[in-house]
Every structure is written in C-alpha cells, then in structure tokens.
Design a protein around this ligand. Structure first.
Ligand code: GRF
Length: 208
C-alpha cells in the first residue's frame, strides 16, 4: 500500500506521538487533522514539522459537509491511510467509503465489550477483571470494523481510572504503530469480519 498517512486526533495525542516515533510509520505521517483547534496533538505534529489542518464541525453546515471537508483535505494531501488516534467524532459513510479498509482506530477496551467514548471508566465501573486494547478497521458502525489486533490488560483490585488508563495507554502506544506498520507494508488480509496480519515488520526491513 502507498504510504502517506494522516492521523486524526482530538486530544492529548500520546498515540500520535507513538506513531511519529515509530521507525516505519513516523516518516510516513504527513498530515494531522483535528476537529479541535486547542488539541495538544497539534503541537506534537508541529514540533515534528508535520502539516496540520483544523476542521471544526461548527465551521460547516452539518455532518455530511464536515465529512466532505475531511475527504477533500485527505485527497488534497494524497493520503493513503488514515489513523484515528483519539479522534472523538464519528466518521460518516462519506469518509468510510472513500478510505474503505484503510482507516484504523484504536479503542481502549476489548471490543465488542465497552464500546463508546468512556470505555475505561465503563470497564472499571462494571467490575470487569480484564479489559484491554483493540485496533480495528473502521466501518460504518461505531467501534465495530474488523479487528486487527487485541491485547488484554488485567484490572487490579486497587486500580483507579488513572492507573488503568496509564497501563492501557502503554499497550496502545505499542499496538497502534505495530498494526499501522503492517497495513503500510501490505501485511493485513481481510476476509469479511476476520482480519489477520502476516509476516513481521523485521522481515520486511522495519524495526521491531
Ligand atoms: C486513547 O485511549 C484511545 O484509545 C482513545 O482515545 C485516547 C486518545 O489518547 N480512542 P491520546 O490523545 O492518544 O493520548
């Protein structure tokens, strides 16, 4: 797969940072898009001299128009792969169609458990003993597309949202760049809901 990557981020951008620091993915991140002008993720991009575009939904009339603006921006920058790294809006069908099987999302739970924007709090409040991280392709439904990778994170008796979030983030920062590299290296096979990663990035000249 051609390798120009855009990262969409709304918040702190620690996952963006992990992507930027990855030997395979980092050099290919050419654009960071945010819906929020104050997102700290934008500063991380600028520090690395990666171009940034801010697309506040309030600037356009409705979700379809916002999706159109996203697709237009991605096309203008010749983007091949899109990574959602803490992007807190739902992408509409316009974006999903334009980048079918080329949009990756990281979710802080083991889907299909605990979908939605408060997955870490929800797992803790539910009393789950294990939660984790899912990296998946994005389809028309929220937190639903084919799963590319999952890793479990046990919940300790004395965990708080803060301590659990920190351990989940550590896993995200490893898993998201690994899976994104696989996608860029053409090592992802998708058959219906079932996806698998083939080979290893080391075998293809990447850095493990
Ligand atoms: C991550 O926990 C990710 O799973 C969720 O949003 C959070 C983003 O964190 N979708 P950051 O902005 O990358 O630090």
């Amino acid at each position: 797969m051609e390798g120009r990557v855009a990262v969409l981020a709304s918040g702190t951008g620690t996952n963006l940072q992990a992507l930027l620091e990855d030997a395979v993915v980092g050099p290919r991140v050419v654009l960071v898009v945010s819906d929020r002008p104050d997102a700290p993720a934008l500063a991380r991009a600028r520090e690395r001299r990666v171009e940034t575009v801010v697309l506040p939904p309030s600037d356009v009339a409705g979700r379809d128009a916002h999706d159109d603006a996203i697709v237009e921006t991605l096309r203008r920058h010749g983007i091949d792969v899109v990574v959602l790294a803490g992007y807190m809006r739902i992408l509409g069908p316009g974006v999903v169609h334009a980048y079918r099987d080329r949009i990756v999302n990281v979710h802080p739970a083991l889907l299909p458990a605990f979908p939605g924007a408060t997955a870490i709090d929800d797992a803790l409040a539910y009393g789950a003993r294990v939660t984790g991280v899912t990296v998946h392709l994005v389809d028309e439904e929220v937190d639903h597309g084919p799963i590319l990778a999952q890793e479990a994170v046990p919940i300790a008796d004395d965990d708080t949202v803060a301590t659990l979030t920190a351990r989940i983030h550590d896993v995200e920062h490893r898993l998201l760049p690994t899976v994104t590299a696989a996608l860029l290296q053409g090592r992802v096979r998708v058959a219906g809901r079932r996806a698998r990663l083939t080979g290893s990035r080391a075998a293809l000249g990447g850095v493990a």
